[in-house]
Write a protein that binds this ligand. Structure first.
Ligand SMILES: Cc1cc2nc3c(=O)[nH]c(=O)nc-3n(C[C@H](O)[C@H](O)[C@H](O)COP(=O)(O)OP(=O)(O)OC[C@H]3O[C@@H](n4cnc5c(N)ncnc54)[C@H](O)[C@@H]3O)c2cc1C
Length: 378
């Protein structure tokens, strides 16, 4: 976003609370092929490519998903942040690190931003402000854009592994209640292990690590845990006069998996184009910036809604039902049919959800009576 605006000739200033552009990060760093096809990515930040994953049911049954072509890339998320920041700086954006934004005030002809840098107060004035603060800064809510009403917390650790060379996903209420856990290899001997949970993610992760140690998959169950929030629903509004909100702060995240890098970048692109138009015509009113929200919702709105519905549905399943669903999918070859469908990808889940739920045997297995969504624009 900063890159695009700077490249278009605007004076873009990025205020970042961290001391460096890279660490700390709490992200598994998986992006799909769609990201790599849509945006340039520095090869040096890609750690691995993946074309398969092993899904484990609550009882430990395994479903292997496999496609011939690369489906996902595991990136060094800290290096990715540095690469994006450097690209923006080369285009002319100015980065002010170690600067925590505490207050934003929107006036008639400018926005005033107050930040703290090494106990010193910094004041900035701009024609427009982009809030891209990730999860939990509260800045958008303070400005009346609403709050993220549903979210989950992720916990993650870096571990040494033995013989883990495929992405593994674990399901089950005892493992990650309502969500899932993962072991994602970053090299032949290392992986990111993590999970999402509404309650006690750290405790569940420690339990999972002890189990992976007992299974001989990881070398030690001792590791530093990091935590991060993931919105499952966008706030009420993602724009107002002289303001736009993008990325996780705007709920531009897949509610099924919590993945937000691709959706965030897609929406940042939409925001940059709309801001360019609004700045050129000097119409930074809420009405003038509404096209950003319309456009990103046109692109993602249906996908987010159906994925949220699927998420809530999954959260209500018992281990027995998950197991039943798992067996139905496996024994009816539904996994193969979905994998063969060319229009289903790592980043777009709505169509896969619809097809799965519409499958007679699946519907029967989980006793779906009524499915409340139709394809189309929200
Ligand atoms: C455990 C976990 C695993 C994940 N795995 C994946 C994955 O594999 N693939 C995927 O696509 N997504 C994943 N995500 C989600 C992904 O990390 C986010 O969607 C993505 O980082 C959002 O980018 P962002 O720029 O909106 O926010 P962030 O990356 O959170 O960046 C926001 C920045 O704003 C700064 N900031 C915040 N408040 C202020 C303030 N007041 N003043 C100044 N600076 C501020 C922060 O320091 C931060 O650098 C994961 C998330 C978690 C928690």
């Amino acid at each position: 976003m900063a890159y695009k605006l700077a490249e278009a000739g605007y004076g873009a200033v990025v205020l970042e609370q961290k001391r460096t552009l890279g660490e700390p990060v709490c992200c598994t760093g998986i992006i799909g092929q769609d990201y790599v096809s849509s945006f340039a990515i520095d090869d040096s930040v890609i750690l691995r490519q993946a074309n398969s994953a092993r899904l484990f049911s609550p009882s430990g049954r395994c479903l292997r998903l496999w496609r011939e072509e690369t489906q996902a890339y595991i990136i060094d998320r800290a290096a990715f942040n540095v690469a994006m920041g450097s690209q923006a700086q080369e285009a002319g954006a100015e980065y002010v690190l170690n600067s925590l934004v505490g207050n934003i005030e929107v006036g008639d002809d400018k926005v005033s931003v107050e930040a703290t840098h090494q106990e010193e107060r910094l004041n900035f004035e701009a024609r427009v402000v982009v809030i891209a603060t990730g999860f939990g800064s509260g800045l958008a809510q303070k400005l009346g854009l609403g709050r993220v009403s549903d979210f989950v917390i992720g916990a993650q650790a870096e571990v040494e592994t033995i013989g883990v060379d495929e992405i593994e996903v674990y399901l089950g209420q005892e493992i990650a209640p309502g969500f899932f856990a993962w072991l994602v290899p970053t090299s032949p001997q290392t992986a990111r292990v993590g999970l999402l949970s509404r309650q006690s993610p750290g405790l569940y992760l420690k339990k999972l690590m002890a189990s992976l140690l007992a299974q001989g998959k990881i070398v030690s169950a001792e590791a530093e845990l990091s935590y991060g929030g993931i919105p499952l629903k966008p706030p009420a509004r993602t724009h107002s006069e002289r303001l736009v909100v993008v990325g996780t702060a705007a709920g531009q995240v897949k509610p099924t998996t919590g993945g937000g890098i691709y959706y965030g970048l897609l929406c940042a692109d939409i925001a940059a184009n709309n801001l360019h138009r609004a700045l050129e015509s000097d119409d930074l009113s809420a009405k003038g910036l509404a096209s950003y929200e319309r456009e990103w919702k046109r692109k993602l709105g249906w996908e987010l809604k159906i994925s949220y519905w699927a998420r809530k549905f999954y959260e209500r399943l018992s281990d027995r039902q998950i197991e039943q669903l798992f067996n139905t999918i496996k024994s009816n070859g539904i996994d193969k049919a979905l994998l063969e469908a060319k229009d289903i990808s790592f980043d777009w889940h709505g169509e896969a959800i619809l097809r799965l739920m519409a499958h007679r045997t699946v519907a029967k297995a989980i006793q779906v009576i009524k499915f409340p969504f139709r394809s189309g624009v929200d």
